[in-house]
Design a protein around this ligand. Structure first.
Ligand SMILES: Cc1ncc(COP(=O)(O)O)c(C=O)c1O
Length: 375
């Protein structure tokens, strides 16, 4: 079957002509960065859209994670998941903190909250879970553990833009949540990110830290960094907010079509979904059980590629397998049995608002044909 190349994602962009007035304003005012008008407005409108109290925009999600750890003065050891994008653990490492990996659960591929307590030591100061693929981690149980042991919770919510639990933003849980607006994300400003917090004092500290620690022209209150978002990104973000709901709606159609088409193919498994969650359909991961499907994951991945379909093995390899981390005791395969299995089974199939439903159908047909050895 011949189809033109389909990538795992394609950024959703507004009509170009709608961006021109914003650019004109930037050119007129020459306000390019440093908390300009678009930056201020985007922080407000974004908080409003997301249903959160305070947003502090950042240059990208990785910077936001590094800053979030700095904001709460996290030290020692941080408990996290090995099943994520590299930046989650790298942000811990860049703060001179030791990451401690805890296995994931198989229903949503999030950190297994029931295994967190066993990983706590006197050095533990925080938990850094990820809402992987936009599926909420077990926020209530995690908060309970954090409260019992006096730990902070920072969520890597890079995938969870717009996700809600019982109509409450998933970003309202924990001490801080971090978003990414990278080109591959549901909501993009080319590069970009944000920290979500619940009180003005914390927002102020983040805002100092992301601007070299400057509290005013002559007072530097902390060894901050340049973590700011610029006016172009903020302007694009304002415009993107107009289109986000329809973009998520189109993603939902694609996800439902995948599920409908693939549910009867033996050996193809999906993640669970929960009634109370409003999803953003950021990714469509499938898990290939080699025994019942009859082919290993990498065979499927390569066959899809030959057919111009570029799925991605998110998340393979595990972060705990990277040279920097594989020597840690918590990185051992025996400690991470679920993650070790899942990382060998996963392929994220293409999903983005402009993906035509007939292409989703074709991708599913190919997956069926690989199984029945017609390919
Ligand atoms: C789970 C996760 N955390 C952090 C990041 C880092 O975000 P950014 O690329 O905006 O730095 C990403 C993606 O890029 C991600 O997928």
């Amino acid at each position: 079957m011949n189809i033109s190349k389909i990538s795992v994602t394609r950024p959703n962009l507004p009509p170009l002509e709608e961006l021109y007035p914003y650019l004109q304003k930037i050119w007129e005012t020459r306000a390019l960065t440093n908390n300009g008008e678009f930056h201020k407005l985007f922080e407000k409108e974004l908080a409003n859209y997301l249903g959160v109290k305070f947003v502090s925009l950042c240059a990208n999600g990785t910077m936001a994670l590094i800053l979030a750890l700095q904001t709460l003065r996290i030290t020692g050891e941080v408990i996290t998941t090995p099943y994520s994008f590299a930046a989650t653990t790298h942000a811990i490492h860049w703060n001179g903190i030791k990451p401690v990996f805890v296995d994931i659960e198989p229903d949503y591929c999030n950190i297994d909250s029931e295994k967190i307590e066993a990983a706590i030591t006197p050095q533990t100061t925080a938990i850094l879970p990820v809402h992987i693929y936009g599926n909420p981690a077990n926020v209530e149980r995690i908060q309970e553990i954090a409260d019992n042991y006096g730990l902070k919770v920072i969520y890597d919510a890079a995938h969870a833009f717009g996700v809600k639990i019982n109509d409450n933003s998933v970003l309202n849980f924990g001490d801080l949540s971090v978003l990414s607006f990278h080109a591959t994300k549901v909501f993009t400003t080319f590069e970009g990110g944000a920290i979500i917090c619940n009180d003005e004092k914390t927002k102020k500290r983040i805002d100092f830290l992301k601007n070299f620690g400057f509290a005013n022209e002559v007072t530097v209150v902390a060894p901050g960094i340049n973590g700011k978002m610029n006016e172009f990104q903020a302007a694009l973000g304002l415009l993107q907010l107009k289109y986000i709901e329809s973009a998520i709606g189109k993603r939902k159609n694609a996800a439902e079509t995948y599920k409908k088409n693939l549910k009867n193919i033996k050996g193809i498994n999906f993640l669970n979904s929960a009634e109370e969650v409003k999803y953003n359909y950021a990714y469509f991961p499938i898990f290939i059980d080699e025994k019942s499907y009859g082919r290993p994951r990498d065979f499927v991945y390569e066959e899809l590629k030959k057919n111009n379909i570029n799925g991605r093995r998110y998340f393979y390899p595990l972060i705990s397998q990277f040279p920097t981390y594989r020597g840690l005791p918590s990185a051992s395969a025996e400690n991470l049995t679920v993650a070790e299995r899942v990382t060998k089974e996963v392929i994220c199939l293409p999903i983005y608002p402009e993906l035509e439903i007939n292409k989703v159908d074709k991708i599913c047909t190919i997956i069926d044909q690989i199984r029945s050895n017609k390919i």
